[in-house]
Design a protein around this ligand. Sequence first.
Ligand SMILES: Nc1nc2c(ncn2[C@@H]2O[C@H](COP(=O)(O)OP(=O)(O)OP(=O)(O)O)[C@@H](O)[C@H]2O)c(=O)[nH]1
Ligand SMILES: [Mg+2]
Length: 378
Amino acid sequence: MVRGTGGRALSGTPVGDTPRVRGGQTEQHAAGSSATGSSAAFRVCAVIPTYNNEQTVARVAREVQKVLGHVIVVNDGSGPPCTRVLEGLAGEPGIEVVHRPHNGGKGSAVKDGLGRAAELGFSHVLQVDADGQHDLGDLGRFVEAARDAPDALVLGTPEFDASVPKVRLYARQITTFFCALETFGRVIRDPMCGFRVYPLGLARRAKVRGNYMDFDPEIAVKLVWQGARVVNLGTRVRYLAAEEGGVSSFKMVRDNLRISWMHTRLVLGACLRLLVWPWFVRQRRLQSSAWHRIPEAGNTLGIRFLAGTARLLGRSPVRLLLLFVVFYYTLVKAAARRASRDYLERVGAPSGFWAVYKHLLCFAECSLDRWYLVAGDL
Ligand SMILES: Nc1nc2c(ncn2[C@@H]2O[C@H](COP(=O)(O)OP(=O)(O)OP(=O)(O)O)[C@@H](O)[C@H]2O)c(=O)[nH]1
Ligand SMILES: [Mg+2]
């Protein structure tokens, strides 16, 4: 169980049985933190990357800690004011601070946070930005959505108010368009949103190259490529005024160039996937039509009738009967026809209707031999 904001309990969110942490005091988190709940394997912590958010990071970390129990703040080489705030924060229960010696970009910071969460044995990571833009009242909804769909990426879809700079809005629309292209559909509503929950194993396997602002869209696309579902959750986003601590370190030219290069790579990757797609489809068709997957045809009455005829009249009348039975079977059983044809094509044999009929007839006669073998008449 986890305590939500304002003391509201989020039942069944096992988060707090965290081991001793670097830079913090936590050994065993307080009330409501045992690894119990509806799914024992579901353990979520938060990762908050920060770069010079001295006015907002402490509030964000504390609010998130109240709900999730354990928070990893990654200091991405911030200047002295923010580093001082973080050093103070590191003494608080359930808050751990990982310091990176140099600024390496949001992606690097999140990667470090994911690595640390994996060391601690968490199954999921809620990532939220430190700039105070996100509505932390939605934390519970994000965690519940991740628990309901543990293999999915739970991704915030920003609901902006008038504070959003128009240029950022247009840039998001462009990157959303490219992500739709790369994932063959609009499964990712907003690939840039800094409020999301990762299934940790999948996220670490996603092999994301981007270390800056290109990280967020790249990991979303690669998770989709790995087969993860995306649960898009609407959430309010407000750009804080400078006096409230609103800072954006998004570098218009450099970050947009990185994002463009990332999309170039991903579009090429998507094209490659498209090329091998027919092969995938064929493999799947082969799998689903594989011989051993086809259910038994006929009923026991029919089989008993054939067995009785074999016992009474001998082998030849049954073989004659099989000519008609198998002909009927070949006509009406499309799955069997397909399986036989796939097999014949693979061994380079003719695969027309009569070839399929002969193949199925061989199979039936082979079954008849087995029956004689078992009955001791062969
Ligand atoms: N820009 C930037 N952010 C970083 C870096 N390292 C960590 N971060 C954190 O990543 C989060 C997102 O950064 P923002 O600059 O707000 O980026 P954004 O939300 O995509 O851009 P805005 O729409 O302008 O807010 C914040 O918590 C930052 O502190 C970095 O090197 N550059
Ligand atoms: Mg931001």
